[in-house]
Design a protein around this ligand. Structure first.
Ligand SMILES: [Ca+2]
Ligand SMILES: [Ca+2]
Ligand SMILES: [Ca+2]
Ligand SMILES: [Ca+2]
Length: 393
């Protein structure tokens, strides 16, 4: 047997006496371009078979004969014989492609089947092969009489991932979302798209947009939206107020084991939003005025006589801003005599007068300070502190 096989190529391919294959260690390895495939991938297969380079001036073919066929198969379906062609006239390297066509399944959850399963083709690039979620694909080549080389690669589905391009978006940023789910590369020769949902704290219904595959066969999808604090959600625009969390969600209907093929899983991510305007510039805090109860500005101040401290805060921006406004009165020893605050929110371009009554009990010099914060619990200054000195007689 050994001798017969050894001399076989010499008899039939005398030009290649110097590259006699060793059939005990057959040299015709089969390679695939990936270690594992998803159900609708394109498989690129390479077989290095120098002994089949029968004419160094012509592109040779292998696998397309009944005597020495190449078979590409799953347990249920097969392509045989399947022709591989030489990459160059004298390379001895042969390649072919097969597109996997999956099985009948609604991959995006809209109720319609998204695949066209079929097994047809004779190579080198026109083959389609049905596969199941967990099929194994076997490529076998009867390299010489009675010598069959095989290589197997598994098929599986993948768990999708979703990510925003950043953890924090300013409200005037474009917001990009990335989904990677190799299983949604349903056509390896065309750009696919998948639906993703986006919503915010202020619009929990949100929007559905199509994420577009980054290249014909990447299985990686992106969508870009804008945020608006003024206009309602529509198209690629999401209504979202300053400080909202925003969310992106994708339903993976192509889950690997141990999930069943009919399971689906919500893949979700979130990011924060904020204004690019620094907090200290969010509101304008005007110098206070001191007036009597009728609103007339006071020029002099007496002890035991009520006065109104009147401050003004202004929102010059185009977003709604929550605030806490504090008045604090300190005496000459720096002790706090009076403190009070109000909470509220200012609409875009809104200005608000805030007043607080105060009765100085003794004559002396007092310091009146006003603060504008976002909240009492976790205070961040939204405007500089204003301070005014008052001499009470
Ligand atoms: Ca050749
Ligand atoms: Ca569908
Ligand atoms: Ca594609
Ligand atoms: Ca998947």
């Amino acid at each position: 047997m050994y001798l017969y096989l050894l001399f076989f190529p010499l008899l039939f391919f005398p030009a290649f006496g110097e590259s006699i294959p060793d059939y005990n260690h057959p040299y015709a390895p089969i390679f695939t371009d990936k270690p594992t495939y998803t159900w609708t991938d394109k498989i690129k297969i390479t077989i290095i078979a120098p002994s089949w380079n029968t004419d160094r001036y012509l592109i040779d073919s292998i696998g397309n004969t009944e005597d020495h066929p190449i078979k590409i198969s799953t347990r249920e379906d097969s392509l045989k014989p399947y022709r591989f062609t030489e990459t160059d006239v004298n390379s001895g390297v042969f390649t072919a492609e097969v597109i996997l066509t999956g099985f009948s399944h609604d991959a995006d959850g809209d109720g319609d089947i998204d695949t066209t399963p079929r097994t047809v083709g004779n190579g080198p690039t026109n083959g389609f092969l049905k596969v199941g979620r967990d099929s194994s694909i076997t490529i076998s080549f009867e390299f010489a009489d009675g010598v069959v080389l095989t290589e197997s690669v598994p098929v599986s589905w993948n768990l999708g991932t979703i990510n925003f391009s950043k953890d924090l978006f300013f409200t005037d940023d474009s917001v990009t979302v990335h989904v990677i789910d190799l299983d949604m590369n349903l056509n390896p020769e065309a750009i696919d798209s998948i639906p993703i949902q986006l919503f915010s704290d202020s619009d929990v219904a949100g929007i559905e947009v199509n994420a577009i595959e980054t290249s014909e066969s990447s299985g990686s999808f992106t969508a870009t939206i804008t945020l608006s604090q003024i206009s309602s959600s529509s198209g690629n625009r999401l209504y979202s107020l300053l400080g909202d969390e925003i969310f992106a969600k994708y339903d993976d209907n192509t889950l690997p084991k141990p999930y069943s093929t009919s399971d689906n899983l919500e893949i979700k991510t979130s990011a924060k939003t904020d204004s690019s305007i620094p907090p200290i510039q969010r509101l304008a805090n005007s110098q206070i005025l001191l007036s009597d109860s009728l609103g007339n500005q006071l020029q002099s101040f007496s002890s035991n006589k009520q006065m109104q401290i009147v401050g003004t805060i202004t929102n010059d921006h185009d977003f709604t801003q929550k605030f806490v406004y504090l008045f604090q009165v300190k005496n000459i020893t720096n002790s706090v005599e009076s403190i009070s605050w109000i909470q509220g929110e200012l609409s875009p371009k809104q200005s608000l007068d805030v007043s607080q009554s105060w009765v100085p009990e003794k004559s002396g010099t007092y310091q009146i300070e006003t603060f504008v914060w976002n909240s009492l619990n976790d205070p961040i200054a939204l405007a500089p502190i204003m301070s005014t000195s008052v001499v009470v007689e």
